[in-house]
Design a protein around this ligand. Structure first.
Ligand SMILES: Cc1ncc(COP(=O)(O)O)c(C=O)c1O
Length: 374
């Protein structure tokens, strides 16, 4: 039977020799430097030049990048941060970890990213920041959030963890806010075989503070601690590997966008499924998420044909037991619930063949046509 996994085990197969050589080279180098060395500096410099940021600070994960920015912005107890009600856990947990309160706002029904009007309605005198996230394949409405932050005197932090490489009105994802973040977990647009992230910012002073915080509060001088920091450092082998792989990033993104376009062409107008809004502006096809009326049946139907799919995310954040105590019990996020009940991600990694893309689209079409008859 055909098998098209959602998480392909051969994602880095083409670069295996490079990785093995780097392990030996860095592992046996006389300086024995495995974190925050010359490779991390080169990687940061490369991303800074590619984005036009004032600073890029590589760190332990996308989650810790969010936490470092919140701390560098001095957001803490008594402060509120408006976050999307539908998305990944760190949107809420990073805010709670600094002692601030996440305030959940609903998402747009189709795009499934933070709805600016609902976010605006939830701003109070305690609100310090807005934290929109680019989710699935679509950037949040950053021009509107930038306006809103300016009008209301709020800080704007951009969760661009999954959107590296996306551009909206000529501004790269990550640079709309005072700071953005990237995640390099393998499934992300610029994923790698391991854990890592980065803070990207237009504000050099904010970057400096993040740099100090990520390495135990040290400001370049070992064992001199300027502030209470944490360990969120970047791996030298991964930095060298990512620097090498950056040359193919634009091409891989383009392949993802073409696969997305093909899915949308084949699936638009079908009964019972809604493809994401089409287009290239502000898009980064980290995943390709449909909304399907009979989502679980579709997932099983695809699985029976050997096609892996994935539910990002089965519940809105305020309905998760971790975050329920931090959300008003009588509140509702109808679009977040609508999305959680319907969302299904199809495989979209760059080395999917055209034949595999057609096979997946055929299977979705077949399910919708059969389901429509019954
Ligand atoms: C939107 C978003 N923000 C933040 C993160 C956290 O990134 P990481 O897994 O590198 O901690 C993720 C990853 O799941 C994400 O999807």
């Amino acid at each position: 039977m055909t098998t098209i996994p959602f998480f392909p085990p051969d994602l880095f197969e083409g670069d295996r020799k490079v990785m093995l050589d780097l392990i030996r080279e860095i592992g046996t180098a006389p300086e024995q430097k495995f974190i925050l060395g010359e490779h991390t500096r080169a990687f940061e410099r490369m991303l800074r030049e590619a984005t036009g940021a004032a600073d890029v600070v590589a760190c332990g994960s996308g989650t810790s990048a969010l936490g470092l920015v919140l701390r560098a912005m001095e957001i803490g107890p008594g402060d509120e941060v408006v976050v999307p009600a539908f998305g990944c856990a760190p949107l809420a947990s990073a805010v709670l970890e600094v002692g601030a309160q996440p305030v959940f706002a609903d998402v747009d029904r189709h795009a499934m990213v933070l709805d600016p009007e609902d976010a605006a309605a939830r701003i109070t005198h305690r609100t310090k920041a807005i934290l929109p996230a680019h989710m699935f394949s679509i950037m949040a409405d950053m021009p509107r959030f930038a306006e809103l932050a300016a009008e209301r005197g709020l800080r704007l932090l951009e969760d661009s963890a999954v959107a590296q490489g996306a551009v909206l009105r000529d501004t790269p994802a990550g640079l709309w806010g005072e700071a953005g973040v990237y995640s390099f977990v393998q499934v992300k647009s610029f994923g790698m075989p391991g854990e890592g992230g980065a803070v990207v910012t237009r504000d050099a002073e904010l970057g400096r503070r993040v740099r100090v915080l990520r390495n135990h509060g040290q400001n370049g001088q070992r064992f001199v601690h300027e502030v209470v920091g944490t360990n969120s450092r970047f791996d030298e082998i991964q930095a060298a590997f990512q620097t090498y792989r950056f040359a193919g990033f634009a091409e891989r993104l383009e392949r993802r966008a073409r696969i997305a376009e093909r899915y949308t062409d084949r699936l638009a107008g079908l009964p019972g499924v809604l493809p994401p809004p089409p287009g290239r502006e502000g898009r980064c096809y980290y995943v390709y998420c449909l909304q399907a009326e009979r989502r679980d049946e579709l997932r099983d139907f695809l699985a029976a044909r050997g096609i892996g799919s994935h539910v990002y995310y089965p519940k809105p954040l305020p309905q998760q037991s971790a975050f329920e105590p931090h959300a008003p019990a009588d509140d509702e996020w109808p679009n977040a619930q609508h999305a959680a009940d319907r969302i299904l991600a199809l495989p979209i990694y760059p080395h999917l063949s055209d034949g595999e893309v057609e096979f997946i689209a055929d299977a979705v079409r077949e399910h919708c046509e059969v389901a429509d008859v019954h």
